[in-house]
Ligand binder design. Structure first.
Ligand code: AHG
Ligand code: MN
Ligand code: MN
Length: 340
């Protein structure tokens, strides 16, 4: 791998090409998917930034497959990603958190050997109040034989991802991705419209500083979950109390904890027995990144990346972040299984 110093200027494009050169057999298709995602991210960043001025804040009038109110920007971001990818010849199918079924490549376009799953705008209920939101994506190689992608290609366990990442539209726009060779972060320089390498080979601290959980659900948690959160907060046992930080945009909470150390928890509760977060669009891609950064992701008992999905929109409880904090969750649930 080419070594970069903190002062060298490296665009995401050059970085992707350099990583690809490590694999002489690579066809460049996966690199193309990553550039296209960076491009879609820039287009969405532009919409998000001007949303308050362009009458694209607020609800779109529809309800998505998760019974959530679709924001106009959910719909716009979803369309931007589909348009960035459906004609490129690199994908054979897609799936989106905002759409009920498989998204086929329109007739007449070339089919590629990858599938893409995405959450076009994560945290979108926060958009009207200017809180960071993001895009999350996940790429798998096709496993069926025909030209068109099938449901089976989309329902693969997360450990088979070949690339995953997110774009955070925060005080700056950043893209973080992995292809299994570490997790790398790029910051958008708005003056030149390029993502520049700013966070090579991210490593999450072994222990946490932050706890991100919605404590509003405490009354709906089971006993082991209540006990775990008390431990994280230093109220029971000898854990150093973590600082509680909860944005309500998974990408933003995850990103902070990735850089600063911590754990994001969305446990089961009696209102949402499998938690809220979607395995394929949210948990798996972030799990791939966190593992590449030396952290862990679990549903409390299983490694997220080992869960065999059975449907596109299935949910999973999520404990993700610094190694020792996720291990604590697994220890607590091993002693007393979740009872929701
Ligand atoms: P999305 O906007 O893609 O539907 O995701 C919202 C998710 C996630 O970003 C966040 O962590 C979580 O919902 C917050 O849920 P609660 O409001 O239940 O805490
Ligand atoms: Mn989301
Ligand atoms: Mn979303």
């Amino acid at each position: 791998m080419v070594k970069h110093t903190a002062t060298s200027v490296v665009t995401i494009e050059r970085y992707i090409i350099e990583q690809e050169r490590m694999y002489p057999e690579a066809t460049g298709e996966l690199s193309g998917i990553l550039y296209d995602m960076a491009l879609a991210g820039k287009m969405i960043a532009n919409k998000v930034r001007s949303a308050g001025l362009a009458d694209i804040l607020g609800a779109a009038g529809g309800i998505n497959v998760h019974d959530e109110i679709q924001q106009k920007l959910d719909v716009i971001s979803n369309e931007i990603i589909i348009k960035a990818f459906d004609h490129g010849g690199r994908l054979c199918a897609m799936a989106s958190e905002e759409m009920p079924g498989i998204i086929h490549i329109p007739d007449g376009f070339r089919m590629g050997k990858y599938v893409l799953l995405f959450d076009p705008l994560d945290g979108s209920s926060n958009i009207d109040v200017n809180v960071p939101v993001g895009t999350i994506f996940s790429v798998y190689r096709k496993i069926t034989r025909g030209a068109r992608g099938e449901m089976e290609d989309l329902l693969q366990p997360g450990r088979r991802q070949v690339a995953a990442g997110y774009i955070i539209y925060g005080s700056s726009t950043m893209m973080v991705y992995t292809t299994g060779q570490g997790a790398h972060g790029f910051t958008l320089d708005p003056a030149i419209g390029e993502f520049l390498l700013s966070h090579p080979n991210i490593q999450i601290p072994e222990r946490g500083r932050y706890l991100s959980v919605n404590e509003g659900y405490e009354g709906n948690w089971d006993e082991p979950t209540k006990a775990l959160i008390r431990k994280y907060r230093g109220l029971d046992g000898d854990h150093k109390p973590l600082s509680v930080r909860y944005v309500g945009s998974l990408v933003a909470d995850f990103h902070r904890n990735l850089l600063g150390g911590g754990v994001f928890a969305y446990p089961r509760n009696t209102r949402s027995p499998n938690g809220k977060l979607r395995l394929l669009y949210e948990a798996n891609p972030l799990a791939f990144i966190v593992e590449q950064a030396g952290g862990l992701a679990s549903d409390g008992t299983r490694r997220i990346l080992d869960i065999d999905p059975t449907e596109l929109h299935q949910r999973a409880p999520l404990f993700i972040g610094s190694r020792s904090e996720v291990e604590l969750a697994q220890t607590v649930y091993a002693a007393e299984p979740a009872s929701v």
